[in-house]
Design a protein around this ligand. Structure first.
Ligand code: PEP
Ligand code: MG
Length: 584
């Protein structure tokens, strides 16, 4: 690959926007360590830490080598000799020695950068042997980073200011994404990933342009290359020409202007032309979004993904009841008089783990996640429900349960909720006695049983991401099947219709709610509420206001007769195009 030639890598667009900057390529599966500034006088201490980490790593590798030798023999164990050699590789160490006084950053971050460059050079050589060595080097890098313990007081308080960047990585977990430095990360691009993954959802809520599922990304890109990330089209352009830059500058300005125009309409009601009100609410993951909810003109929060509180807890699980209450109260107050729907903890699956599992689950999506986790830890579940109930006294709150598969879970959850109310009553603590309770419809079994579930709860909220995953058996996070993840599959649409037939208020809170080609279908099927990431609110608002409910209803009936997903999408898209061509 020539350094200067413009190169385009294509993937799936998962979060809109255009980022222009410098690429930072992160080693496959090896996240960057925290970075902080040091002074010249700290250098000897940094080297001491590093030496101690090398010694610990050496011991670990030796131990591993002996174990493998005992089990598999000397030939297999010889691989660890290469690891040991790399650990004390003179090229790496002398480079580190040179870089540390120049960069004046903690030693792990400099070591990471040095090894990263080394790996990139090796990757660039088209030799299978050298490429396989890259994996060994990564192993050693990970071990050393793990063994580098910060000295007391050397906490990474101040992230050193380096330039902003577009992150290119093999893979990003939701945790990695949330950890991205908001002031520096302009966007990200990954080799794996899919539209419905939590990483993609987070990118949208953080407003970061993102592209995923780009084949050979890590192999074909270099840290430091100028790049443009097009989160609309799903393209990463490395070494863009002057002409391409110019084009993107114009495009970015146009998009931003169009968005500003839409935002101006934030106070207009989300009623269809023939007067049907659709509550348009926001999906929320982080506290920093609380402010933008009001600004976006949302009618409250339709989905608060409370599991994101696990991110701030350093692996200690959910914050305690009082801390949750404080947090929930702030959100309820920020949105009053509108309602905030708290979804109880939805950990597990591809999301944040509730606790480290002792054994790996073979099918995490079908395993210990959502309400199943909460029901197996009733005390923790009750702490969360009590916190929500207490917050409900300060405004308008609702609660809903994720990943429900049938009535037994709902009955048990409702009994626990009643116990919480009883406990609060006894303690004389205020709560809203009329707080609405809902169930997420994400599992086909629940959709089929919607008429029964409707007797127990006040509302449904259809999680189209999971409902699609479970209905058509397509893993929402597996990039290999991302192209067949179809929210308009007739099976999914019929289950949505069945859910709405139960006759209680029904929201759509999955990513499908933000696709304006499908707003006519959702409205026509009978959704009473749509909840989307805050940045999508302005466009969905305008879409709703240009629709005629009766027309949507007739189209949706036709869609329910369709045999395939493309026909359903086309029916809805045609009506969308006719109703609001200016949005396309
Ligand atoms: C969904 O599944 O559609 C949903 C809204 O929940 P999550 O994406 O958090 O699983
Ligand atoms: Mg879900």
């Amino acid at each position: 690959m020539s350094q200067d030639k413009e190169q385009r890598l294509t993937g799936l667009p998962v979060s809109p926007g255009i980022a222009m900057g410098t690429l930072r390529v992160e080693a496959r599966d090896c996240a960057a360590p925290p970075m902080w500034s040091i002074e010249a006088k700290d250098i000897p201490t940094e080297w001491e830490r590093f030496e101690a980490a090398l010694t610990r790593t050496e011991e670990e590798i030796e131990e591993l080598k002996q174990r493998v030798e005992r089990i598999s023999g000397a030939t297999e164990a010889a691989i660890f000799d290469a690891h040991l050699l790399f650990l004390r590789d003179s090229t790496i160490l002398s480079k580190l020695n040179k870089e540390l006084p120049t960069r004046l950053r903690n030693i792990e971050s400099v070591y990471y950068a040095v090894v990263q460059n080394f790996m990139e050079v090796m990757r660039a050589v088209d030799d299978p042997y050298l490429r396989s060595r890259v994996l060994d080097i990564r192993d050693v890098l990970q071990r050393v980073l793990r063994n580098l313990k910060p000295t007391s007081g050397a906490a990474p308080q101040s992230q050193e200011s380096t330039d902003s960047f577009i992150l290119a990585s093999y893979e990003l977990t939701p945790g990695d994404t949330a950890d991205l430095d908001q002031n520096k990360a302009l966007g990200f691009v990954t080799e794996t990933g899919s539209t419905m993954s939590h990483t993609a959802i987070l990118a949208r809520s953080l407003g970061l342009p993102a592209v995923v599922a780009v084949p050979r990304l890590v192999m074909d890109s270099r840290s430091g290359s100028p790049a443009i990330l097009d989160g609309y089209a799903g393209v990463l352009i490395i070494n863009p020409s002057a002409e391409t830059r110019e084009k993107y500058n114009t495009l970015r300005a146009e998009r931003e202007k169009a968005y500003r125009e839409l935002v101006k309409m934030r106070d207009l009601p989300t009623d269809t032309l023939d007067g049907r009100h659709i509550r348009l609410a926001a999906n929320v993951e982080f506290a920093h979004e609380f402010k933008s909810i009001r600004e976006s003109g949302a009618e409250g929060v339709g989905l608060y993904r409370t599991e994101f509180l696990l991110l701030g807890s350093d692996g200690q699980g959910m914050p305690d009841e009082d801390a949750q209450y404080e947090h929930y109260r702030r959100l309820v107050e920020a949105c009053a008089p509108h309602e905030v729907i708290f979804r109880t903890l939805d950990a597990g699956g591809d999301k944040l783990p509730f606790e480290p599992l002792t054994e790996k689950e073979d099918n995490p999506a079908l395993g210990w996640r959502g309400i199943r986790v909460s029901l197996s830890r009733p005390e923790i579940f009750k702490q969360q429900m009590r916190a929500v109930l207490r917050a409900s006294a300060h405004g308008h709150a609702g609660i809903m349960f994720p990943m429900v598969s049938g009535i037994t879970e709902v009955r048990t959850a409702l009994n626990l909720l009643e116990e919480c109310r009883e406990e609060l009553r006894k303690q004389g603590i205020a709560f809203d006695k009329k707080m609405r309770v809902g169930v997420m419809i994400e599992v086909p079994g629940a959709a089929i049983m919607a008429d029964v579930l409707a007797h127990y709860v006040d509302f449904f909220s259809i999680g189209t991401n999971d409902l699609t995953q479970y209905t058509i058996a397509v893993d929402r996070v597996n990039y290999r099947v991302a192209s067949i993840f179809r929210v308009t599959h007739p099976g999914v649409v019929r289950l949505m219709a069945l859910t709405m037939k139960a006759g209680i208020p029904t929201a759509i809170c999955g990513e499908m709610g933000g696709d304006i080609s499908l707003t006519p279908l959702l409205v026509g099927l009978g959704a009473t509420e749509i909840s989307v990431g805050a940045h999508l609110l302005p466009v969905v608002r305008v879409a709703i206001r240009h629709l005629n409910y009766e027309e949507c209803r007739v189209m949706a009936q036709q869609a329910l007769q369709a045999e395939d997903s493309a026909t359903i999408r086309n029916l809805s898209h045609s009506l969308a195009l006719k109703s609001y061509p200016q949005l396309f």
